[in-house]
Design a protein around this ligand. Structure first.
Ligand SMILES: C[S@@+](CC[C@H](N)C(=O)[O-])C[C@H]1O[C@@H](n2cnc3c(N)ncnc32)[C@H](O)[C@@H]1O
Length: 262
């Protein structure tokens, strides 16, 4: 028996799992879900990684990915092809001032920090400093720690604090949201004020293991089932939100890009 903090890591989400429940496939085995791609063929995903991702992956990202693979919650990290997408986006939009909600050991954070110019900044938030500190030595070795302002704590009050200061409104070029899915709509109402017009908000896990298109009674892992409705509601809300242009990509577990237009 062991304690499993549900995917959101929110304080209310601690539950105890028996070995029996685990055997009944209530938990994502890292072997079963060996990657987070939604592509149907493992061989095709492997092809992408080996042809276009691994040969271009920064040595520090490789080191952080390998270090994270040894951690029990390694499935939380974005996959390296998604890291490459974030890096490309940051460069294409010339982002200088970025934000990340949900850091874990820092793979997406390092991808973004490496892509920012040397005077770029990224405000990074996570309820766990412990996870962040696992990856910090690699981030420091990569020479980008000076770009990162890490804040430990739940993101919502931190965002509310930021919004109180008028100068933060419309000041972010790029915001990556990859934390507790049940708060994504709460994040959206806040980050939309903080991102500048023309800037991009990227929401991770918007296809939620493919479950968003599964029948309501489909047999799903408990944590997938719990968050599915929140993700579906987010997708519907974004689809109707005239303040943003959107683009949903089947990269990783699904990522939705929102470009603020008004
Ligand atoms: C999916 S992981 C982030 C993965 C990370 N982007 C990466 O590429 O490695 C989600 C993270 O969100 C954090 N988190 C969960 N709830 C949060 C909250 N309310 N506020 C801030 N961070 C939160 C967790 O501690 C966890 O590290």
């Amino acid at each position: 028996m062991f304690t499993f903090t549900k995917y959101s890591h929110s304080q209310i989400s601690i539950m105890t799992i028996t070995n029996e429940e685990q055997q009944q496939n209530q938990l994502p085995g890292h072997k079963e879900l060996s990657h987070k791609s939604l592509l149907q063929s493992d061989a095709l995903y492997q092809y992408i990684l080996e042809t276009s991702v691994y040969p271009r992956e920064h040595e520090s990202l490789k080191e952080l990915r390998e270090l994270t693979e040894k951690h029990p919650w390694n499935l939380l990290a974005i996959p390296p092809d998604e890291g490459q997408l974030l890096s490309m986006l940051v460069k294409v939009i010339n982002a200088k001032n970025a934000m990340e909600i949900g850091v874990y050991t820092g793979y997406s954070l390092l991808s973004t920090a490496l892509a920012l110019p040397s005077d770029g900044k990224i405000l990074a938030m996570d309820i766990s400093r412990e996870y962040y500190e696992l990856g910090l030595p690699v981030i420091e070795k990569a020479g980008v720690a000076h770009k990162i302002d890490f804040r430990e704590g739940p993101a919502l009050p931190l965002l509310d604090q930021l919004i109180k200061d008028e100068k933060n409104k419309g000041s972010f070029d790029f915001i990556f949201v990859d934390a507790d899915k049940d708060n994504y709509l709460n994040y959206h109402t806040r980050v939309i004020e903080l991102v500048k017009i023309g800037g991009v908000i990227a929401y991770d896990n918007t296809l939620w293991n493919g479950s968003v298109a599964a029948p309501p009674d489909a047999p799903l892992l408990d944590y997938v089932k719990y968050y599915r409705d929140f993700v579906i509601e987010l997708n519907q809300t974004l689809s109707l939100d005239s303040r943003v242009e959107i683009c949903q990509l089947p990269v990783g577990d699904g990522i939705t890009l929102c470009r603020r237009i008004i």
